[in-house]
Structure formats: structure tokens, C-alpha cells
Ligand binder design. Structure first.
Ligand code: 13P
Length: 252
């Protein structure tokens, strides 16, 4: 059975003091979750230290929302993998559609970060997903195949155990529109097939593929019931314990 990962991407929300209070209450509410489900939160960079401090005695892991493709040096405003590791981060989200669209990150750039993160010892959540226009033009599979093969280029089968893929259809992010369980499941199955082609069946069968896009307490159970959906990457609903806790405990 594949593992499950439920992650909250806070995006540009939560100051350090807000994040500290929120993480303390999250640790009380879902910090004891064990077994097959792992729980991750991804605060903004500056909020990371206060969150790490609050969740250190819980099972909640802390992720970053991005990192530099460079190791260190004259790159004003950037944050390196070593800095994240030193701050207690164990995972990094890369290739989020907001970074692809707003900051023009392309697959080759994202791939450099993926390889550097893995080399440094960070786990990776690689986000992929089509826009509405791409879906309507019948380009769903072309786009997913390109994002997966180029984003994961040169990742070894061994390192794939530290990679999660998040399928986030852009049209479902922050819109209240969720892909149907069947639509999401078939995209996930397609992604798994691409991984099998690139690497092997064993890797494809064990890679965690999260769904992201308007996940909430009311739809998480039906999404998680699908064969190829192994978790969720949650935006808006990860910003309140009232919403995030039942998503984490979808199976209770
Ligand atoms: P929403 O859950 O707000 O749609 O955001 C999804 C997302 O982008 C998570 O990375």
C-alpha cells in the first residue's frame, strides 16, 4: 500500500507570530497523526523558524514553498537548500503553478532545483498541472508528460523515494472548482504511467501523487477514495485548523 501525504501550502499567508500560534494549535490537533499518513505544512520562508519550533515534538514536517537553484553566493533575495535544512525544513515544494505563471519558472529551471534539493538531502514535492486553456485544447497529457519528464530529468530511481508529485490543475486552484474524482484519478494514472516509462513500474507504483485544487473537508474523502490519489496539497483550507484537521483525518 502506498503512503499518504497531506500537505498544507500556506502561500503568502501567516506572519511569524500568526504562524507560531497557528502551528501550536495544529500540533495539538493533528501532531499525533501516525501510521500511513504524513502531515506537512509549508509556511513562507520567514515564518519557518517559528513553525519548526512549535511542531518539533509532533509528527508534523515543515516544507518550504520554493528554494534557489544556486548553492550560495551573490543571489540577492534567494534562499538556499542549506539554509532550509539548517532551519529544520525537510521538504521543498517546487514548480508550483503560481511560480510557473507569475515568475516564469520553466521546466529546466525547476529541474535544476529538484536535482539540487535531492542532492542536498531535501525531499521534493514537484507540482504539475494544466491550465484550463490547455485542457480545453486537448493538451492535458502533453503538458503533464512534459512537466513530469523534464521536471524529474536525471532523478535516479533511488531518489524517487524522496519525491512526491502533486497534480494541481491550475483551473481548480483557489477557484472552488475541484476536479472530479474520476478526472483527477485519470490524470494521476497518466502521471504514474509517465513515471513508469521514465524509470520503472516499481517506482511508478510507489510514488505518492497528491491532488491539489480546492481540497476541503467536504470533498477530501471522495478524492482519497480514488485508486491513484495518495494525498492532498491544500491551499486555502490549510489556513484554519477547523478545515485542515478534518482533511488530515479524512479516514476517521
Ligand atoms: P487551493 O486549495 O486554495 O485551491 O490551493 C491549492 C494549491 O495551490 C496548493 O498548492
Amino acid at each position: 500500500m502506498r503512503k499518504v501525504c497531506i500537505a498544507g501550502n500556506w502561500k503568502m499567508n501567516m506572519t511569524p507570530s500568526e504562524g507560531k500560534a497557528f502551528a501550536a494549535s495544529l500540533a495539538e490537533s493533528v501532531g499525533d497523526v501516525t501510521g500511513n499518513v504524513s502531515v506537512v505544512v509549508a509556511p513562507p520562508f520567514i515564518t519557518i523558524p517559528s513553525v519548526v519550533e512549535q511542531v518539533k515534538n509532533s509528527n508534523i514536517k515543515v516544507a518550504a514553498q520554493n528554494m534557489s537553484d544556486k548553492e550560495s553566493g551573490a543571489f540577492t533575495g534567494e534562499v538556499s537548500a542549506d539554509m532550509l535544512l539548517d532551519a529544520g525544513v525537510s521538504i521543498v515544494i517546487l514548480g508550483h503553478s503560481e511560480r510557473r505563471a507569475l515568475y516564469k519558472e520553466d521546466d529546466a529551471f525547476i529541474n535544476r532545483k529538484v536535482l539540487l534539493a535531492l542532492e542536498k538531502g531535501l525531499d521534493v514535492i514537484l507540482c504539475v498541472g494544466e491550465t484550463l486553456e490547455e485542457r480545453e485544447n486537448g493538451q492535458l497529457e502533453t503538458v503533464l508528460k512534459r512537466q513530469v519528464t523534464e521536471g524529474l530529468k536525471d532523478v535516479s530511481p533511488n531518489d524517487m523515494s524522496r519525491v512526491i508529485i502533486a497534480y494541481e490543475p491550475v483551473w481548480a486552484i483557489g477557484t472552488g472548482k475541484t476536479a472530479t474524482g474520476d478526472d483527477a484519478n485519470s490524470a494521476h494514472a497518466f502521471i504514474r504511467g509517465v513515471v513508469a516509462e521514465m524509470l520503472n513500474e516499481g517506482v511508478a507504483n510507489s510514488v505518492i501523487i497528491q491532488y491539489g485544487g480546492s481540497v476541503k473537508p467536504s470533498n477530501v474523502k471522495s478524492l482519497m477514495a480514488m485508486e491513484h490519489i495518495d494525498g492532498a496539497l491544500v491551499g486555502g483550507a490549510s489556513l484554519s485548523v477547523e478545515n485542515f484537521a478534518p482533511i488530515v483525518r479524512y479516514n476517521d
